[in-house]
Design a protein around this ligand. Sequence first.
Ligand code: BEZ
Length: 253
Amino acid sequence: MKAFSDAARYARDAGFVAHLAAPLVDLLGPRPGERVLDLGCGDGRLSAAIAARGARVVGIDRSPAMVAAARERGIEAHELDAAALPFVETFDAVFSNAALHWMGPVMEAVLAGVFRALRPGGRFVGEMGGFGNIAAITTALLATLARRGIDARTRLPWTFPTAAAWRARLERQGFRVESCELIPRPTRLETGMAAWFELFAADLLALVPADERPALVAEILELLAPALRAEDGTWYADYVRLRFGALKPEESR
Ligand code: BEZ
């Protein structure tokens, strides 16, 4: 599970993550007085947007730096492992943006904990990378590492399910799925593609010695440019969102 250690850098190079999530907050539809858990709250930008609608938000994140940044915004935030949620029928809603795709190996425990944390009738609304997400980025990265004799196919830290697989997974957990769809969303990278790799794929870049990394990144960008760099030089990430809304049935007491 990824824990981002530099909140200022995250705000600079990944500000779009929260900016583009307004429709997800609308899908959540937070109401005054509701208790909402923000799972993987990061620097708390979206927690604050939810709180601004009158909900009482608790954010959790694995990263101490992110928890500190969320607290600075006035959010009640805790450093907690999403696979070991301690809450029982505590929340009216659980919300999660751009965090679940880092939790593949522990997803069963995460979903069980979310289900337990909700009161009967509570909702689980989220967005994560879906099937096909960063396909070009991943392929260029793997190909460039392979040129150096490194097979990283089993070392990718993220998981991007299809809508059908995700729906089935939520249903197995006991949720009633109201919506679940893939949304292709090419995403403008204001600070460029190299910054994206340094923020999100640092562990994979670290498979080569530090002095070889600039050349590795340059090669990746050369492969990606025909697909993901626009005429004006702007880079886009080939994001595909998986957006869903589900309910914990009233009868599940
Ligand atoms: C995303 O889809 O938000 C994402 C996936 C992998 C790495 C970074 C971001």
